[in-house]
Write a protein that binds this ligand. Structure first.
Ligand code: MRU
Length: 343
């Protein structure tokens, strides 16, 4: 996969990220050398996608530890990174894991390497759900840019393409920040996937006209009952899919499941700046002082999810049981060289 855009790099002791805000127009890497730059990259969505911000933050914590000799100052900086965005649990998970290790850089490198292997397993497990030529609707961006690996939901479709299944991807543009139009469509091109771009509001007519065989999305946090936080508009799609009798799949690594939460009601939902909605490409598209509601995520009830595609296998309802089973699985790295990784 030579044409995969690398979201995060750690080279010669320097942490770098691809500034995703500039895509698809420009490919530019920036260094993240201190707390301001690390937190800024995450909060501004220059680095984004649940697993990707986890990988980036893992390196970021190692960088901060190497710069900061004072334990209190390090702890304060690490806490700031941990809370740079509230919804994706991968961020806190990765920060906690690195902080608890003796060799923080080695742990960050392990998290990154594991993400690639986890993504590969999600792709392999997911292709069984799709027949040749399936037309699959996706939302937001869940490809390599969103995981620093091979992708989750889009990773499944890329794996299906490589397996000769030639899926057709219907790409929601994903207002307000256009991750679908800017990033997913680009990644489809680079992966050789046949794709059509549509505005988010076209999902209903596409389904009504029989142009959608399945929906697949990623996730930012999944509760024990299967309630799933993902990019705003995902819940709309799940309802539409149920209405049209179309399977709705969620692809996510185990690190996106928050086993501490009984339901999605407990998931913190990030609300972002009004300017993301009132302007587009630096131009006003609404009165500047418009009163705006701009949640970055919504929560899809677990009962609308046909299956979760994880690195350990496919989880089916009842999710109370299958997600509890996932919670009990051994750490991925312990399984990498063992015989069976299936759920
Ligand atoms: O605000 P973003 O761009 O970070 O939102 C990303 C999403 O909602 C993705 O669907 C999710 O993180 C899954 S990434 C594999």
């Amino acid at each position: 996969m030579n044409d995969v855009l690398e979201a995060v790099r750690f080279e010669d002791g320097v942490l770098q990220y691809l500034d995703q805000r500039l895509l698809p127009g420009e490919i530019r890497y920036e260094p993240a050398r201190n707390c301001e730059e690390i937190v800024g990259a995450i909060a501004s969505l220059a680095v984004r996608g649940a697993p990707c911000i986890g990988v980036f933050a893992a390196y970021g914590i190692a960088v901060l530890r190497s710069r900061e000799i004072d334990d209190d100052a390090f702890a304060a900086a690490a806490d700031r990174v941990r809370s740079a965005r509230p919804t994706a649990v991968n961020l806190a998970w990765a920060v906690d894991r690195v902080r608890a290790s003796d060799d923080m850089l080695a742990e960050a490198l392990a998290i990154h390497a594991e993400q690639r292997s986890i993504d590969a397993a999600i792709g392999e497990n997911g292709i069984a759900l799709f027949s040749k030529g399936a037309r699959v609707l996706t939302h937001c961006n869940t490809g390599p840019l969103a995981t620093a690996g091979y992708g989750t939901a889009l990773g499944v479709l890329i794996a299906a393409q490589r397996a000769g299944l030639a899926p057709h991807v219907l790409v929601d543009e994903t207002r307000p920040l256009l991750q679908g139009a800017r990033l997913t469509y680009l990644e489809c091109r680079r992966a050789g996937l046949d794709a059509t771009l549509q505005v988010d509001a076209a999902a209903a007519i596409s389904m009504a006209r029989g142009r959608v065989d399945a929906v697949i999305v990623g996730a930012d946090r999944i509760a024990r009952n299967g309630d799933t936080a993902n990019k705003i508009g995902t819940y709309n799609l799940a309802i539409l899919a149920a209405h049209h009798n179309i399977p709705f799949y969620v692809a996510a690594p185990r690190s996106t499941f928050d086993f501490a939460l009984a339901s999605g009601a407990e998931i913190p939902i990030e609300e972002r700046a009004p300017s993301e909605v009132t302007s587009l490409g630096g131009r006003l598209v609404a009165p500047e002082d418009a009163v705006v509601f701009n949640p970055a995520f919504d929560v899809t009830p677990g009962h609308l999810v046909a299956a979760f595609i994880t690195e350990y296998g496919i989880l089916r309802p009842p999710y109370g049981e299958s997600i509890a089973g996932l919670a009990g699985r051994p750490h991925w790295s312990a399984l990498l060289h063992s015989e069976s990784t299936r759920a």
